[in-house]
Design a protein around this ligand. Structure first.
Ligand SMILES: O=C(O)C1CCN(c2ccc(-c3cc(CO)ccc3Cl)cn2)CC1
Length: 326
């Protein structure tokens, strides 16, 4: 029995905020944002929290697969912007879609979250104990960014996407993976700081702080150093060449990073899929939104067996690639 991707889906909030809109509320420019990041617009949630974005993406996925929610027995949500610390966003999604027979939990791996969640789901399905798994990446980054910090506020957007995996006797989707973390550099990108605080603690000086903080240059350089190695690792494990890979779907953090990765790998930039201009950096949601966009447009067709690489990188630090046949 092997896990196979049988459906994709996504959902983004309807409000579009352009770079020009941001010029009106902070000291930035369309020119700077576009040239330094590739971002032109982002979606911003006005009322829908992460569980609702994920729930609507899940309904999109299930609708396309014509599978009812009560058939789903595993829900994993990758997010760094949950509705609550508890209950998990996955449990809220279970309630939202009525997946009464499912177990549900969240994965916290920042912008590599969808990669981590896919890897975990595949292992759980191959145990034979689960048949249908919803694997979602969803974020409302707009609630955790510091809107007074133009260095980060212009980078992020909100959205959700995911896939439905089925445990099948036929050939599965998963060919190879290369997944890492380095906790020693974890403080280079933080959000939701919850320091010790109680009548007996000595922590008055550092209160809880929801805001995302990032050592941008350090993360940027880490990505350019680590991602090419991870992509190379999965093709080597599979015994194929990069030229055998139809498309590479990287986390949509920054278009200049993707250009640098293509250059390091000596492959055409066009082999990489890119939609950061429309959504900004949606963290764990970026890869599944991109995958669904490519499938929905017919650019990628499920069931063709074509090889693609999904690759995430970000807070943790975490990074990882999965080579799949779709
Ligand atoms: O001055 C410039 O050009 C700035 C330099 C800093 N930039 C950055 C830096 C880091 C990220 C980033 C963020 C995450 C978190 O999801 C994950 C992975 C990455 Cl590589 C995105 N942009 C923007 C342009």
């Amino acid at each position: 029995m092997q896990a196979k991707i049988i459906s994709t889906g996504s959902y983004v909030p309807k409000k579009i905020v352009s770079n020009k809109d941001l010029e009106a509320i902070m000291d930035t420019s369309d020119e700077w944002i576009k040239t330094r990041t590739g971002i032109e617009n982002r979606r911003i949630s006005e009322t829908e929290n992460t569980s609702v974005l994920c729930g609507k993406a899940a309904l999109d996925i299930l609708g396309k697969a014509t599978i009812s929610a009560d058939k789903v027995d595993l829900i994993i949500v990758a997010t760094m912007s949950p509705d609550y610390l508890s209950p998990s966003t996955a449990c809220l999604v279970q309630d939202y879609i009525g997946a009464s027979k499912s177990m549900a939990f969240d994965v916290s791996a920042a912008c590599s979250g969808f990669i981590y969640a896919l890897s975990v789901a595949e292992k759980m399905l191959s145990s034979g104990k689960f048949h249908y798994a919803l694997v979602l990446g969803g974020e409302v980054m707009s609630k955790i960014i510091d809107w007074d910090d133009r260095g980060t506020a212009v980078l992020f957007g909100d959205g959700a996407g995911g896939v439905l995996l089925e445990n099948t006797p036929s050939q599965g989707s998963f060919i190879a993976e290369d997944i890492h973390s380095d906790g020693s550099r974890g403080l280079a990108l933080t959000t939701g700081a919850l320091p010790v605080s109680n009548p007996y603690s000595q922590n008055e000086k550092n209160p809880a702080d929801i805001h995302l903080k990032m050592e941008g240059r350090a993360i940027f350089d880490f990505a350019i150093r680590s991602v090419p190695k991870s992509i190379k690792a999965v093709v080597e494990t599979a015994g194929i060449d990069l030229s055998d890979v139809e498309r590479i779907l990287p986390h949509q953090a920054n278009s200049r990073i993707i250009q640098a990765i293509a250059k390091k790998l000596k492959i055409p930039f066009e082999q990489f899929a890119l939609n950061i201009s429309d959504y900004g950096n949606t963290s764990a949601a970026s890869i599944p939104i991109l995958l669904d966009e490519l499938v929905s447009s017919g650019d990628l067709v499920l069931g063709t067996g074509k090889k693609i690489i999904l690759t995430g990188f970000g807070g943790g630090l975490t990074w990882g690639s999965i080579l799949i046949r779709i």
